[in-house]
Design a protein around this ligand. Structure first.
Ligand code: DGJ
Length: 408
């Protein structure tokens, strides 16, 4: 993105318009300056929050939530925005990749919550596949579903296929026999009679039935059993990412079990559904905003705690296999963001969303974060930082301005 230090900024209601920088700016003058406004080819701040980047045939495609101005801007009024770039710095607006629907019967009816979209390319089918976190309209955050859409071109249009709760009727690979045993499950159902997995309809979130249900499952003794509760109806899916491994197998990683535990699930060969092979990661660890990458056969995980739109301390983990176990490596952030004086204790004011491996370069990864601005979500900012590897793990040092060409 173009540095704005030399550019005039003008704000308009509902959109952020930037005086286009000197038209003859050279590529080498451009660098990634986290926290600034990032103008696209039209001089408008990039609108792709909670997003991820797909590198495909020489082009980067950045997909993210299109936010609008004002407090309702966190609900999906428009859809998923896509931008393209050859250098990660200059972004061309490619329009809305997935549009929300005007049909009140559609799962992605305008005004739903559609968050953290990610797109991967399936070599076998030639399709671009998008997954996102979906909350049906009027249900608060209780739907906890995953949405799937597909396209023939990276810029769309994507066609919405369906939404679901993952892995109904399958046990995690790391479940014990004590849990999966049919008799044990029957006993469990008996103990939690009337409180097993279910979805509440719009408006029911204020009901006593819903409150009883929530209180029961937030109880210390029951909290870690939520995946058993949701065995038949499917697991909760909230903050999420996608990851394609070296062998083209794809995985869906998401905050589940009422945000208590992450799940990592292998997708089917066409990437359109779950394979039924999945594992629980850090049970009870309360991680969200997951991002994952592999380096030299090790899987590294970046996440945050659960504090809504407010920043908290980032976490990092490592595993020898994709399904874990994941060992904690601590907070990977270093330094301070001078714009808000926030350091590692608050992830510089941001929250992780994706890790982009730099194509053709060894040990080169970019960690992407959002700075949320819930009162005016369209004004949310992006922090992109290069990952460095340490003796035991990885780290991201705050940088006001850096260039991928020079850093990797
Ligand atoms: C934190 C999540 O990371 C965001 O994607 C969003 O769901 C907010 N919570 C909502 O409060």
């Amino acid at each position: 993105m173009k540095s704005l230090r030399c550019g005039a900024v003008c704000m308009l209601y509902g959109t952020i318009s930037l005086a286009v920088l000197a038209a003859n700016a050279r590529a080498e003058d451009l660098f990634i300056d986290s926290g600034s406004l990032w103008p696209d080819n039209n001089g408008v701040h990039v609108n792709a929050h909670g997003g991820g980047v797909l590198f495909h045939q020489g082009t980067y495609f950045w997909y993210g939530e299109h936010k609008v101005a004002g407090p309702s801007g966190n609900r999906a009024q428009v859809g998923v925005h896509v931008y393209s770039s050859k250098d990660l710095k200059r972004w061309k607006d490619e329009g809305i990749a997935l549009q929300v629907s005007d049909n009140p019967k559609s799962d992605i009816f305008k005004g739903c919550v559609l968050e953290r979209p990610k797109v991967i390319y399936n070599r076998k089918t030639g399709k671009y596949v998008m997954w996102f976190h979906l909350e049906l309209i009027g249900c608060g955050y209780s739907s906890a579903r995953a949405g799937v859409a597909v396209a023939d071109s990276p810029t769309g249009p994507f066609t919405f296929l369906h939404s679901l709760r993952p892995n109904a009727g399958t046990w995690p690979l790391n479940a014990t026999q004590e849990v999966t045993d049919a008799k044990a499950m029957a006993r469990f159902e008996q103990e939690h009679k009337g409180l097993m997995g279910q979805e509440f309809a719009p408006g029911e979130q204020d009901s006593n039935t819903y409150k009883t249900f929530m209180t029961h499952w937030h109880d210390e003794d029951n909290r870690l059993e939520i995946y058993r509760r949701d065995f038949s109806t499917g697991q909760f899916c909230r903050d999420m990412t996608l990851f394609v491994d070296d062998d083209a197998t794809a995985y869906h990683l998401f905050a589940s079990e009422e945000n208590q535990t992450l799940h990592i699930s292998r997708l089917s060969d066409d990437y359109l559904s779950h394979s039924g092979q999945w594992a629980r990661v850090q049970p009870g660890g309360k991680n969200e905003a997951p991002a994952i990458f592999n380096r030299d056969g090790k899987y590294y995980l970046l996440s945050s705690g659960c504090t809504g739109w407010a920043p908290n301390e980032a976490r990092s983990f490592v595993a020898d296999t994709i399904f874990g176990p994941y060992e904690p490596l601590g907070n990977p952030c270093r330094g301070t963001n001078p714009q808000n004086n926030l350091g590692p204790e608050k992830t510089f004011g941001g929250q992780s969303t994706f890790v982009l491996p730099m194509p053709g370069k060894k040990d080169a990864f970019v960690a992407m974060f959002d700075e949320w601005r819930p009162k005016n979500p369209i004004d949310g900012r992006y922090y992109w930082l290069p990952i460095v590897f340490t003796e035991n793990g990885f780290a991201m040092e705050w940088s006001d301005a850096w260039s991928p060409d020079e850093s990797f």
